[in-house]
Design a protein around this ligand. Structure first.
Ligand code: 5GP
Ligand code: MN
Length: 321
């Protein structure tokens, strides 16, 4: 943390990136840090490595759009690059090449599967969110945190804790959230945009996915899937479906919930959640993905049927272990 504070304090130009298909903790921690650094007179630029590059709808409640550039406009060989909420270099997508050429790479993250890539690593798997870590870093560096930057960090904390629900919510998390809430921003409107803003198209896709929910009692698994065709029929986008896993995980009958979501390239991205009896980060990491003990993901190598069978075997093995 001290080395990160020192390096960022000395730099003039800072390039910030977060993981591909960013969630509010990725973008919130990135824009929050960018807003804080800009207020200290730094020249900042932000991006993430998706092509095509799309701005998520909920970003409308986060100030800092002005810092964001397309990945192609991101500095090729930054003097200092910060990777936020990024569990592995691959999660930088096309910005991985920029990180490889950066003189210094500061990694700020809370994923337990992060191998600690980068030249300065601020990694705390016990932290609720990357935004919580960024807030602690700004306290360490001192000076003023602009209201808009505080709002971005709050968005990261409130989403990654499941609105202060998950086990990662510590007294320290609530202290950070309380400090952030002192700033001037409309948290109730933010919560509406973050949590209660589904297009009908998504609700219809979710209805279809819930209709074909399957329970595998011997693995304590409940699962479903979504195809590109489902999305096309309902005119929904994959980004609309981030919250589907949060509905599936409420199934009382299973400890583990999984949603298999077909990407544009045809491969299925797997989202997993556990109520507490399984370490899904380990299952994900064994399959080239990663995440947290109770929330993790990976990209499946085969069909849904084969991937479910593989997941069932992994869950049964982890029970036996
Ligand atoms: P979600 O299911 O919401 O996409 O992801 C749950 C958690 O697992 C997030 O913290 C996310 O960063 C992590 N995760 C999801 N997919 C991958 C992946 O392919 N690789 C890694 N390293 N982490 C992932
Ligand atoms: Mn996060």
């Amino acid at each position: 943390m001290d080395r990160a504070a020192d390096a960022l304090g000395r730099a003039r130009q800072i390039a910030l990136a977060c993981h591909i298909n960013p969630d509010p903790d990725a973008i919130g921690s990135m824009l929050g840090l960018a807003g804080y650094l800009a207020a200290r007179g730094k020249d900042v630029v932000c991006s993430w490595g998706n092509e095509p590059f799309e701005i998520p709808r909920w970003m409308s409640v986060l100030d800092g759009r002005g810092f964001v550039v397309k990945p192609k406009e991101f500095p090729q060989a930054p003097e200092i690059m910060v990777a936020l909420d990024t569990a592995a270099p691959e999660r930088l997508g096309m910005l991985g090449a920029n990180a490889a050429k950066a003189a210094e790479v500061v990694v700020i993250d809370h994923h337990r599967t992060n191998p600690g890539f980068g030249s300065i690593v601020v990694l705390d798997p016990a932290a609720s969110s990357t935004a919580e870590l960024v807030y602690r870093l700004t306290e360490r560096m001192g000076g003023e945190l602009p209201d808009q930057a505080a709002a971005c960090l709050y968005a990261g904390v409130v989403t990654d804790t499941g609105r202060f629900q998950y086990e990662s919510t510590t007294p320290e998390t609530l202290r950070v959230a309380a400090e952030l809430r002192r700033h001037g921003f409309d948290h109730a409107r933010m919560a509406q945009v973050l949590f209660e803003d589904s297009p009908l198209a998504y609700l219809r896709v979710a209805a279809g996915a819930l209709h074909r929910l399957e329970l595998v009692p011997e693995a304590s698994l409940v699962w479903t899937y979504l195809t590109q065709q489902d999305l096309e029929r309902a005119r929904a986008t994959m980004a609309d479906t981030d919250d589907l896993i949060d509905v599936v995980r409420t199934a009382r009958e299973a400890d583990v919930a999984a949603v298999f979501k077909q990407q544009r390239d045809g491969k299925f991205k797997v989202s997993m959640r556990s109520r507490g009896d399984h370490d899904v980060s380990k299952i994900a990491a064994d399959r080239g993905g990663g995440g947290h003990r109770l929330a993790a993901g990976y990209t499946a190598k085969s069909s849904v049927e084969e991937s479910v069978a593989d997941l069932v075997r992994a869950l049964e093995a982890s029970k036996a272990a």
